[in-house]
Design a protein around this ligand. Sequence first.
Ligand SMILES: CSCCC(=O)C(=O)COP(=O)(O)O
Ligand SMILES: [Mg+2]
Length: 266
Amino acid sequence: MSQIAIDYTYKCVLLDIEGTTTPISFVHDKLFPFVTNNLENFLNKNWKNNELQEQIQLLREQAIKDVSAGEFPDAKAIPEEIDNNEEEVKNAVIQNITWQMKLNRKIAALKSFQGYMWRGGYESGELKGIVYQDVIEALKRWREIGIKIYIYSSGSIAAQKLLFGYSDNGNLLEYFSGHFDTTIGSKLEKQSYEDIAKEVKFEPTEILFLSDNVKEIVAAKSAKFKVAIVDRPKNAPLSDKDRNDFIVFTDFLQVLAHPEFIASQG
Ligand SMILES: CSCCC(=O)C(=O)COP(=O)(O)O
Ligand SMILES: [Mg+2]
């Protein structure tokens, strides 16, 4: 039986992860506790590892900015390691990460560190990335019809690749043409979306951005992207205005079927 050919109004999709492709509960109840519960042991075990020290240097540089910005009264510097003060540095790192994670900061240095720690969890099988089944169906469909698929998440690119590479449905990385994180800019800034459009070589109007975060949707829309909000269980509640201003989907099969995004059917 031949399938009906549908043309969509977009040529590229850009997907958020937490609250969009993946339940918020997986991130908050599984990934984040994996970091906080294992942090001290992880630091003790890997302290002499160069990669760990590079990650700590990123945190240190961010801490200097946070202290000097004065916006965060609780922000503290992470000292350089000089003779015999390993414990002092470790404690400062633990304090720093604990503080940032309580605030759920979407800061590149923290996100990079989290991804670095999650790697071992995914590789050992303790962590498996959760991706909604309807997302997988849509990824297949988009790929079949030549729509390019990119990820844009506050999670580091390394962390994104782990989540999709070690998903509960196997390795899903083959579906993606590329990944973006906050090293291209904040997800709340119009400029980040303009820069992504240049990188992926599509006009902003040819890209559909899907996210649970209304502020991200507003930023992408201001850069002339097509947008829709994804409303998954336990996502932040949407206001009547949000629902009035934007298309809201509860799963990706609705995205595929919505008349707003269908150009022609033959
Ligand atoms: C892909 S890493 C796990 C999720 C995460 O840490 C995060 O901050 C996700 O934010 P998003 O921009 O995908 O909502
Ligand atoms: Mg999100």
